[in-house]
Design a protein around this ligand. Sequence first.
Ligand code: TYM
Length: 353
Amino acid sequence: MNQFQPLVFSGVQPTGNLHLGNYLGAIRKFVALQATNDCIYCVVDMHALTAQLVHEDLKEQTRSIAAAFIASGIDPTKHIVFNQSAVSGHAELAWIFNCVARIGWMNRMTQFKDKAGKDAEKASLGLYAYPSLMAADILLYRATHVPVGDDQKQHLELTRDIAQKFNLDFAAKIRAIGKGIDIKVGDEPVHAYFPMVEPLIDGPAPRVMSLRDGTKKMSKSDASDLSRINLMDDAETIAKKVRKAKTDADGLPSETAGLAGRPEADNLVGIYAALSDKSKADVLADFGGQQFSAFKPALADLAVEVLSPITGEMRRLMDDTAHIDAILKDGGERANARAEVTMKEVRDIVGFL
Ligand code: TYM
């Protein structure tokens, strides 16, 4: 069976400060993947309009995500770093996908329900269609692998559904242009134009939880700043937040099974493991039996050791906006050249003159 050319794609929204969840769930994985893959990393500025239309500083926010990518170790010359709005194919393909996706599929999206809140009638149409734009982001490059945190899993399933329906509905047209690939979806042979994307969610911290409540996701929108470690926090703030992190009264178990039913302990061990590229079992082999009063300072030190060089480099990069803008412009041009190859074929498949 044939295979699509492997390509990694992911995106981060330029809304609010990046936090440890974004770093461990996404950016740290982006960095690791670039050694062995062709990668495209996108600052999804068009997505930023879906929940809030007017932003005081969208340009600055966009630059700061690009700076975070680069400060974390992404090489924008070997790979592509760009902002979504620079490549019009994202919007164009999203429109076609709006016509592929079914309303019933969109109605199942839990993130829309969470973000729209009680008064969903007042949410923007963009927020509702958001997952269709996300599918377009990925499939515009016919990307095969998408590193994300656990909260994006459902959106990637929708991306597969959209790809599948497009491939089946346009099967004859795809054959006619001769650009499809014979793949298997389950046991079914399909002549596919778009790949079935594989989410890359694994690792010890696919869902970093709030430091104040181990059952809630660490998030930009949490009212309490103590709930998250921001990438721009200084060492003292990080230490304070870890010290104040909620825990239970017991010490650390020696085996991972002992973390069951202890969300706060599980979260802190997961964070330590992800920051040190170890498994939770390895961390517990070192810290099992110890109290949080001993573990928390070690965790704070580790977080500072990993994050402070990134923060320093981000600040340095943010002082040179011309440099960041040049990187994004170059990335946008290279992304656009690839996107146009897909869009020419898609227009042909769909039947646009
Ligand atoms: P966004 O901007 O909300 O988050 C960026 C990335 O950070 C991950 N993440 C987390 N991972 C672990 N624990 C957490 N607490 C946590 N919080 C956030 C997210 O899963 C994500 O990987 N829809 C996307 C952006 C997007 C995208 C795409 C991603 C648009 N197009 C195409 C991949 C491919 C989003 O809002 O991520």
